[in-house]
Design a protein around this ligand. Sequence first.
Ligand SMILES: Nc1ncnc2c1ncn2[C@@H]1O[C@H](COP(=O)(O)OP(=O)(O)O)[C@@H](O)[C@H]1O
Ligand SMILES: [Mg+2]
Length: 211
Amino acid sequence: MMKKGIFITVEGIDGSGKTTQINFIKNYMEEKGYSVVLTREPGGTKIGEKIRAIILDPENKEMDSITEMLLYASARAQLISELIKSAIDEGKVVICDRFVDSSFAYQGYGRGIDIELITRVNDIAIRGIKPDITFWFDIPPEDALKRRKTSSSSDRIEREKIDFYNRVYDGYSILAKTYPERIKRIDATRDIEQVSMDIKIWLDKIINRAL
Ligand SMILES: Nc1ncnc2c1ncn2[C@@H]1O[C@H](COP(=O)(O)OP(=O)(O)O)[C@@H](O)[C@H]1O
Ligand SMILES: [Mg+2]
C-alpha cells in the first residue's frame, strides 16, 4: 500500500515571504525524493482561477462579505476535489499557498464574519482534508507592507487599510495559539536563510513522521 502524502499549507499576510519559502519547501522535499505539487488559493484550478479573478477584481467594490466568504469556499471545494485529494492519495507532497486559515483570518477576524459559520461552510468544502502542518509567517503588517513591491498594482484585498491587516494579523496569532500542534509560528522578520532553516527543522520532523 502506498503511504499517504503530506499536505502542507502556508499562511501569512502578503509580503510575509510565503512564495519565497514555498520554493524552498518544494526544493527541499524534492531533494528528499518526494513528488511535489504546488498550488494556491484562491485558484489552482481552471474554475478556481475564474473565481479568483472575481474575488480580487478591484472593480467589485460592492461585494458582500458573505459572498466573498462563499466564493473562497467554492474555489477551495474545487481545488480539494480536482487536485489536493488525489495528490495526497497518490503519496505526493502538496504545498498550498493559503488554505482555510486564510478564511478564518481574513473573512473571520478581518471582516467580522462569525468563525462558527466559516467553519460550517468550509467543512462542506474540504471534505475531511486537513493540513498535516501549517506554517504561519509572523511579521508585523507594516513591515510586510514595506516588502511588497510598490510598482505592482494592488488587488481588491490588498487595497484594504492597515486596520484590516492588523485584525487579520491578530486572527492568525489567535489561530496559531489555538492549534499549536498543527500551526507552526515562524518568525518571518529574519532573513530568508534563517527562516528556511526553521522550516527545515519542521520538515525533517514531518518526513520522519515525528509530528
Ligand atoms: N525574510 C525576508 N527578508 C527580506 N525580504 C524578504 C524575505 N522573504 C521574502 N522577502 C521579499 O519580500 C517580498 C515579498 O515576499 P513573498 O515571498 O512574495 O511574500 P508573499 O508570497 O507572502 O506575499 C519579495 O520581494 C521577497 O523577495
Ligand atoms: Mg505570494
